[in-house]
Design a protein around this ligand. Structure first.
Ligand code: EPZ
Length: 430
């Protein structure tokens, strides 16, 4: 098991290049198998979840040619198996996108029920409701979802909850379902738009992605495409909060500032200075950070994936802040860890009350999931003394070269795997 060992207290300063969006890439890789032609995908993040999904795609028989860390060629003409192995789905929840992709292309898919970060109960009823509306029979048998149809047909689907995964999964299957599909109450996240743009590049006919009504005319076949994935707004936002929390000055490059608006608005509210450029955003920490209230919401609201990062920053801001998590019920598992670093957060239901103005002190903490793990690293960078973050395997799921990027901004952080290495780090930083 690897850990990060951090000596905190240094403001992070400099420029950092943001990778492609993990959550867009996961869906786009699955969608790439929907044609028998070769698809070239660029700006892929080199993170664990992506590498696992590529293995799963190759395991069902597709040709996967990783040209370099951010570019891959996929050819789905050689797929022999419409059944995805549990090994992959238990590691990454997003393997469920293969359900929509295989169902659209072959009218048959078998995918085990998903695992993923433990941030709540995470049902998939809306995905299944959408597939059924398209004419598929969907059964759950021995822990696997089996979706089958003699033929799919377009339909009018009203999503009961705004779901990124269900919107994308149903959009993929509907792309190859004859007739017209309308998805109402669709998710509007930038990665939903990116997946729609990619499918359209392959010849799909999708309109309205980015609004809450998506209209799809099914096509018989999809074709070759070359596509570059959008930048990762959550990775960008994480570095923006790293600037705020450490009293630093970071320019995040290769971003779409529009996608960062909810994060930018909160940073301004707490007293940071923001400069926006065409494809970069500079965040300078204010001399003092102020309290705020925040509630996570579907896009364009404040993202749940940025909730731990702002909460950790608010522990150091003056006054009492309130953070409400409205998307996933189990996303406050980092609170006990950060409180051991000197923070004062009390959770009641889906709301965290943060008594700010605390000086964080290094401690040994454990990453409970991907975004909370990244937030604990930020806390360690802001804290006085040494912090050890255990279970960084979660962080590696979604952040490319995290420690290298932080080091390039002046952080003192090492990835280690033994107690001896931790001791050596402590001695070397004094
Ligand atoms: C995606 O998860 C992301 N994952 C998550 O990012 C992100 O937190 C989440 O969207 C919200 O933005 C990927 O893209 C791979 P949802 P997803 O379906 O699709 C309920 C990260 O850290 N719901 O939009 O699983 C659900 O319980 C990860 O990168 C149903 O009730 O999220 C939740 O309350 C973690 N029935 C809400 O909808 C369903 O069928 C939103 O979930 C589906 C969802």
């Amino acid at each position: 098991m690897e850990q990060y060992v951090i000596k905190g207290g240094t403001p992070l300063v400099g420029e950092v290049e943001i990778a492609g969006a993990k959550n867009a890439a996961l869906a786009i890789l699955a969608a790439a198998i929907m044609t028998d032609d070769t698809v070239l995908i660029e700006n892929l993040p080199d993170v664990r979840d992506i590498n696992v999904l590529l293995e799963a795609i190759s395991e069902i028989g597709a040709k996967v040619d990783r040209i370099n860390k951010s570019t891959v060629k996929i050819n789905g003409s050689t797929i022999t198996d419409i059944s995805v192995d549990y090994e992959y789905i238990k590691k990454i929840r997003a393997s469920y996108y293969l359900l929509g992709a295989l169902l659209g292309k072959y009218k048959h898919a078998e995918v085990p029920l998903p695992g993923g970060c433990d941030i709540g109960s995470r049902p998939i009823d809306q995905h299944l409701k959408g597939f059924r509306a398209l004419g598929a029979e969907v059964d759950i048998d021995h822990g696997a979802i089996i979706a089958k149809a003699d033929e799919l047909r377009g339909n009018h689907i009203f999503m009961d909850v705004v779901s990124v995964g269900a919107t994308i999964n149903v959009m993929m299957a509907a792309s190859m379902a004859p007739g017209r599909t309308i998805i109402e109450n669709a998710a509007k996240e930038p990665h939903v738009v990116d997946v729609a743009n990619f499918l359209n590049c392959m010849g799909a006919n999708i309109k309205g992605a980015g609004t809450d009504v998506i209209r799809i005319r099914g096509v018989e076949k999809l074709h070759r495409a070359e596509y570059s994935i959008i930048p990762d707004q959550i990775e960008a936002g994480t570095f923006m909060f790293a600037a705020a929390a450490t009293g630093g000055d970071i320019t995040v490059k290769n971003v779409i500032p529009k996608h960062l608006e909810a994060t930018t608005a909160k940073l301004l509210e707490i007293g940071c200075i923001i400069d926006e450029y065409d494809d970069a955003v500079r965040v300078r920490a204010g001399k003092k950070l102020h309290r705020t209230h925040v509630k996570t919401l579907p896009y364009p609201g404040y993202p749940t994936d940025m909730q731990p990062q702002i909460a950790i920053t608010l522990t150091m801001a003056e006054g009492t802040s309130i953070v409400t998590e409205s998307i996933f019920e189990n996303r406050f598992k980092y609170v006990d860890e950060i409180n051991r670093m000197g923070a004062s957060i009390r959770v009641e239901g889906n709301t965290a009350f943060i008594e700010g103005g605390k000086k964080l002190k290094g401690a040994r903490v454990s990453a409970p999931d991907l975004r909370a793990g990244a937030a604990l690293v930020i806390a360690g960078l802001a804290a006085e003394g040494i912090t050890v973050v255990d279970d960084i395997v979660y962080i590696q799921r979604g952040y490319e070269c995290f420690e290298q990027k932080l080091r390039s901004l002046g952080a003192t952080i090492e990835r280690v795997s033994t107690e001896k290495e931790i001791q050596k780090f402590k001695l070397s930083v004094g």
